[in-house]
Design a protein around this ligand. Structure first.
Ligand SMILES: [Zn+2]
Length: 184
């Protein structure tokens, strides 16, 4: 496919590559969705506040950090994320129950067991994440959200939008990771 068009300019070729890469990602996504055919599609009960298409916060000039508008923004974001996660958990449970006794062939069963192990790990991750999100929501209520747990500095809007459950500033986080590496 690619070698039929040798004469395209380099620039074009690159942008084509990019598009191809994008398409790859999209088709990958599709595969994951179609795999869960027994479960409802994601969009059926996720309204406009869905975590994926969340609008980034636009700060006004001189705006106070973590004012009510900002904490409300992150509260909505965290709640939307939590809801998405809970739906995901329900789907996983559904999937495991539906497929549990479908295979008599040992090879199929082995594949099935691998799939279950993967799903259990996913659920473990989901559980941990749920706990983190709930802690963040409690922090919003108490006014601690958005400030580093160790040094008290502002974590920052952009970092929080990338990692809404962050409870350390980037410096303390980095230090933490270094310490962890040395311990292990
Ligand atoms: Zn810090």
């Amino acid at each position: 496919m690619a070698d039929t068009k040798n004469k395209v300019s380099k620039k074009k070729a690159i942008s084509k590559k990019k598009i191809a890469a994008k398409e790859k990602v999209v088709s990958k996504k599709k595969v994951t969705v179609s795999k869960q055919k027994t479960t409802p599609k994601k969009n059926t009960n996720t309204p406009e506040t869905s975590f994926e298409d969340f609008q980034p916060y636009v700060e006004k000039k001189g705006e106070e950090y973590m004012n009510s508008e900002q904490s409300e923004h992150f509260k909505t974001l965290l709640l939307a994320w939590l809801r998405d996660l809970q739906e995901e958990v329900e789907r996983t449970v559904d999937h495991m129950q539906t497929d549990a006794s479908n295979f008599s062939d040992p090879n199929d069963r082995a594949t099935q067991e691998e799939e279950f192990a993967l799903e259990l790990r996913t659920r473990d991750r989901e559980r941990k994440l749920t706990k983190k999100i709930r802690t963040s929501l409690t922090d919003i209520e108490s006014g601690d959200y958005g400030f580093c747990e160790v040094c008290g500095i502002e974590i920052g809007i952009r970092r929080l939008e990338a990692r809404p459950t962050a409870n350390l500033c980037i410096d303390c986080k980095t230090l933490d990771e270094i310490k962890e590496k040395q311990m292990s």
